[in-house]
Design a protein around this ligand. Sequence first.
Ligand code: EPU
Length: 431
Amino acid sequence: MDKLIVEGGYKLSGSVNISGSKNASLPILAAALLTDEPVRISRVPDVSDTNYMLQILSQLGASVERSSGTVRIESPEGISSSASYEQVRKMRASICLLGPMMARMHRCTLPLPGGCVIGDRPVDLHLRAIKALGAKVRVKSGNMVIEAPDGLIGTTVDMRGDNGPTVLGTDNLMMAAVLAKGTTVIESAAREPEVVDLANFLNKMGARIEGAGSRTITIHGVEKLHGCDHTVIPDRIEAGTFMVAAAMVSDGLTINRVCRDHIRTMADLLVECGHTVQFNEDGTSVYVEPGKTPRSGKILTNPYPGYPTDMQAQMTALFAVTPGISVVKDTIFPQRFMHCSELKRMGANIKVDAGTAIITGVEGLSGAPVMASDLRASAALVLAALAAEGTTEIHRLYHIDRGYEMLDEKLLCLGAKVQRVRDLEGGIIEP
Ligand code: EPU
């Protein structure tokens, strides 16, 4: 297990390139199972979640080659319809194998994912969707055993849950429906750019999907899909994280390989909070500079195009050192506030109650040993550490390695003083 040692107070400067999106890559890699022809996917970030997904695909019988961010996957006839707990327990997103496995083999056995630190993470909507297409679901020995011996049949499914639409649930239904008989209409579909990227990939494979990016997606089932080449969209959450770093602790940073439309809400909030944000003409690069008189702010997380839950922890780190009182309410994962207690150990003034954090800005944070609890919480701790006085040790760095490609290397190039070292203590401080 590694830890990150950060010496705070060094201003970042220069430019950084954003990697391909982790959350777009995961379902796209799973969708490679939908054809026996080879697919080539470029700009897949080299993070542990994509590596887990590739390991699962190869254990199912697919041949996987990876070089310089490009992955070639070929899933011949006879791939397995069953994944083991050992294979999938490391990553909740393995649930997105359900749709492609059902479409290709009309049956699958997948371990039921458990909860995780950011919330309960149920899969009822995924199961509602696959049942609506005609599959039977039973739970046996911790596994979901799903079968549709007569194949899947298109229908209309409303995917809205109590906390809004589901991203991977929409992905799963789209992937299940591409080879189903007839037409499937997804109502209350997630509109996230990652859903649109998956739909574009599936259409390149020969699927007939209309309306991705809107509330209603229509999928006309086809007989067969074929191989294709695809380049994954930029990671909007990594871009947002560097934008916050720029506003917190830089002389101005240029963040390249972004998509303006995908990060507009995050950019608008930084501007509201008094920081400078300037896009280049085609919106592929953004310059962010800290404002002279930064202001507190308010976040209510919402499904896209609302403010992403995956960015609230990082903004909380910024609010911790912004004068005034800021409020962060997470409506999607109301328990996602584990970072707050660690930020408090660095001197932040935060009260968390009923899915809301109230942050009173302090003059400065001080370095401390802290524990990462999940991917975005770790990003918040890194940002706080960069701005803090003194040295911060961030334990359980594996959380950050799940979703940020070479974060320490990228920060080093921007002038940060960070060092990744082997963590001998990290292994014994389990809860
Ligand atoms: N939900 C249900 N039932 C379901 C599925 C979801 O009630 O069957 C609820 C969830 O509990 C949550 C809400 O619906 O309250 C939205 O969850 P969603 O299903 O959209 O989450 P997800 O698809 O499992 C993806 C991202 C998450 C991101 C969420 C929300 C991937 C691999 N993961 O998860 O990313 O937070 O959408 O935008 O795409 C991260 O990258 O750090 C991360 C956690």
